[in-house]
Design a protein around this ligand. Structure first.
Ligand code: B12
Ligand code: SF4
Length: 518
């Protein structure tokens, strides 16, 4: 049977890091079936194009995953697929939270033939077999014979064959203008491709923040893969990069990569000892970033960026959403300790919390003035179904769009905030993005790291230019040129410095150069 695993585009961003679930399910598919993968964020498709693909490749089963924000788009694509006669099975957090919706049991239209609830590592092979024999059931739940929930232990984690999986659609080099591509090729042989690949080393988070679906979905007990299995996977990733003459980075998608400090340190030490260090990113909560030994091991094993859910600079807000383990007083030191080691943070903020008042964008920007450069992300508090936040707002009658995902609008509130109006909160988010990525802020950010190596500063600068574009379209040449023009002072000074450096470098075959290479 031919199977397609499809991740719909999220309608806002063009993130080119593929989703892990599709590689995982492909690896768990019985070998007699052929599996195709398409990520709509990297390879956008209309409903008609998808229907044609399904027909021309004789696909009989399509697996779709969707975050809440992608649900409406996913349903439209699913309708087009089902019209061809292929069966559609949905999985992932959203349908687990609202299982009646895709099955049309809530009074709305039906979009799925079947759904997989929760973690599907053990149910997916059964779904495939049932579909192949024409016996697809409606609901697959991860339960044992005694009807109790079974959580994959991750002790039997499958091998994801990174060496052989076709990855062209995720090659970031392919998305760059031709001139940049040829410059990169000239400079070094290892830039024929560039992928950021997702790897998980553990699942679950015990913290249970009000707005988050993770504790409800994965549970509060944390499960880890063995260090050996993670190291073997990293080795496969590195082999792939070598074979492609490309560069690869890894995103450890664990919810809190350092939740068990002892285990994380052991893994990082193993990476260093086994020589499988490579550039990596992970999500780590700020309270765990005080451990100097952890930070040293992170730097030595290749960490270049950490995603930190800071959420707010106001302690009262954090306590409201049950995230008081974040202490705003600690933020600055944690970020400085990271930057001191060449690790920069993506800091995520949420506006519209009950303590937020007009001016929250400016207040946040003031606090950030003392920080080393960061890549901030600002969003509005979003009540995802089944979260404690959703239940609380529903009971209080504060949801203005209880099914906001069926009419997804980016940066738009779906409930009445407390001390700020809906309009004001939405304006604050836009204001925060503008302040954080203004040419003045970037210039100031670069000044703060003027003592760091040129290559590191160049990466920070270009990351700041490109990062905002993930959330706000910035793909046209004119948009890029205007961005470069408004940041021309920093750009020119970096270029000038690079030129000086290359002029003062010894000729390639001189004694000094040979000594430097040695
Ligand atoms: C990595 C990650 C990201 C990364 C990259 C995304 C990517 N390309 O992978 C980044 C940082 C970009 C990101 C951004 C966001 N994320 Co995010 N992210 C994650 C994270 C931590 C890991 C995802 C993952 O790979 N998990 C491991 C895999 C194996 O688990 P899984 O995907 O759930 O798959 C399992 C099952 O669900 C099931 N399954 C899944 N799909 C399917 C499909 C079929 C057919 C079947 C049968 C089974 C099945 O089987 C799998 C194996 O058991 C999750 C939290 C989490 N732990 O999952 C949040 C999570 C997915 N993100 C979330 C959110 C909200 C966001 C943002 C909207 C945050 C923001 N405000 O900006 C953005 C939106 C990004 C976008 N472009 O739309 C929410 C989604 C909640 C929801 N109900 O929609 C999650 C669940 C975290 C949370 N806080 O609740 N995210
Ligand atoms: S710490 Fe992060 S993953 Fe854990 S519950 Fe809170 S927001 Fe979710």
């Amino acid at each position: 049977m031919n199977i397609l695993l499809y991740s719909p585009d999220n309608g806002v961003t063009r993130n080119f890091m593929p989703h892990l679930w599709m590689f995982l399910l492909k690896s768990l598919t019985p070998p007699e079936h052929q599996v195709f993968l398409i990520d709509g964020n990297a390879q956008p498709m209309t409903e008609d194009e998808m229907a044609r693909f399904v027909q021309s490749h004789d696909i009989q089963l399509v697996g779709i995953s969707a975050m809440t924000r992608m649900a409406a788009r996913a349903y439209r694509i699913a309708d087009a697929i089902r019209a061809t006669g292929a069966k559609v099975v949905f999985g992932g957090p959203h349908v687990t939270e609202v299982p009646d919706e895709p099955l049309g049991r809530d009074g709305g239209p039906r979009h799925a033939d079947a759904i997989a609830l929760g973690e599907a590592d053990y149910t997916w092979p059964r779904i495939v077999q049932d579909a192949a024999s024409g016996n697809l059931q409606e609901i697959y739940a991860p339960v044992g014979p005694d009807n109790r929930e079974v959580k994959p232990s991750l002790g039997d984690y499958p091998e994801i064959p990174w060496e052989t999986i076709p990855l062209e659609q995720f090659n970031m080099i392919g998305k760059l203008p031709r001139i940049v591509r040829s410059l990169l090729k000239k400079k070094t042989k290892s830039w024929e491709s560039f992928y950021v690949l997702p790897i998980e080393s553990g699942r679950g988070c015990p913290y249970g923040c009000d707005f988050c679906t993770v504790t409800g979905f994965f549970g509060d007990s944390i499960r880890f893969r063995s260090n050996e299995s993670v190291i073997a996977e990293l080795r496969r990733v590195k082999n792939r990069a070598r074979a492609d003459r490309g560069t690869v980075g890894v995103f450890f998608v664990d919810d809190n990569f350092a939740i068990n400090l002892k285990r994380t340190k052991a893994l990082l030490r193993a990476m260093i000892e086994e020589k499988v260090t490579l550039t990596w990113i992970a999500q780590i909560s700020v309270n765990l970033l005080k451990d100097e030994e952890l930070l040293d091991l992170m730097a030595a094993s290749g960490a270049r960026c950490v995603f930190i859910g800071l959420e707010s600079v106001d302690a009262e807000n954090l306590s409201e959403v049950h995230k008081s383990f974040n202490k705003p007083a600690d933020y600055e030191q944690a970020l400085k300790s990271l930057a001191h080691r060449g690790i920069y943070a993506i800091t995520s903020f949420i506006f519209g919390m009950d303590g937020d008042t007009p001016g929250v964008a400016e207040r946040t920007a003031q606090v950030m003035k003392n920080w080393p450069p960061v890549l901030p992300v600002f969003s509005l508090l979003t009540p995802f179904p089944s979260t404690p936040l959703y239940k609380r707002l529903l009971e209080a009658g504060r949801l203005t769009r209880p099914k906001h995902w069926l009419d997804f609008r980016p940066f738009t509130m779906s409930f009445i905030p407390h001390k700020i109006s809906i309009n004001e909160a939405e304006t604050e988010v836009r204001e925060a993005w503008t302040l954080a990525y203004s040419p003045g802020t970037t210039r100031e950010a670069m000044r703060k790291i003027s003592d760091r190596p040129l290559s590191e500063r160049a990466v920070v600068f270009f990351a700041r230019l490109a990062f905002r574009g993930i959330y706000f379209p910035q793909v046209r040449r004119r948009q890029w040129l205007s961005l470069l023009w408004s940041n021309r002072h920093v750009l020119l000074s970096l270029c000038y410095e690079a030129l000086q450096k290359s002029r003062s470098a010894p000729p390639p075959d001189s004694v000094e150069a040979r000594r430097e290479i040695a």
